[in-house]
Write a protein that binds this ligand. Sequence first.
Ligand code: GRF
Length: 214
Amino acid sequence: MKIAVLISGSGSNLQALIDTAASGSLDADIAVVLSNKAEAYGLERAADAGIATAIVDHRDFEQRKDFDRALLAALQPYAVDLVILAGFMRILTPTFIGAYRGRLLNIHPSLLPKYPGLNTHQRAIDAGDSWSGATVHFVTEELDGGPPIIHARVPVEDGDTPERLAARVLEKEHLIYPLAAQWFAEGRLTLGNSGAELDGKLLPVGGASLEDYS
Ligand code: GRF
């Protein structure tokens, strides 16, 4: 299976995918890493791993759909089976999403369907939630609203800051993203009419729980 990973920043989730592919736990070849920012550290991680990189700067395009067409054109030569958004901070249009429907994943730092959008950990702390976490989901036209695949929970501690909580959640992100990608590689994960399916069975509203797979 060939994967493209789209990033905008640090790329620690990309690194987790690189490492699990290298160790054999992820049966996939990361064919290209694409960033909308030339300074994204994840591009160095990709280059260090000998992975092709591409930059498509959103500021070169007046309209989102033209940016998305440029992304599609940049990916096209790699003929990837799966596109993984890993800290890619642009909202994609139906032009892009439609081209990779059922083959496009994102990771979001909340227990979806709670807290789509930004500042998720601050919102969880402000709400007095006992748990925060992260969720891998299929991407659909609804922002952070596509069917969840797998989530990991992290307890909110007394006096937690969003930064501390985010750092603990990130460690779990590095477990659930490679696992979801491996399920896809094995042909076990599909986007059905009613949601995400694993082995042909509809997953729960918030996706599978990492606790059941570790
Ligand atoms: C993660 O928190 C992820 O949930 C969010 O963006 C961040 C990416 O981090 N979508 P990294 O670039 O993978 O380190």
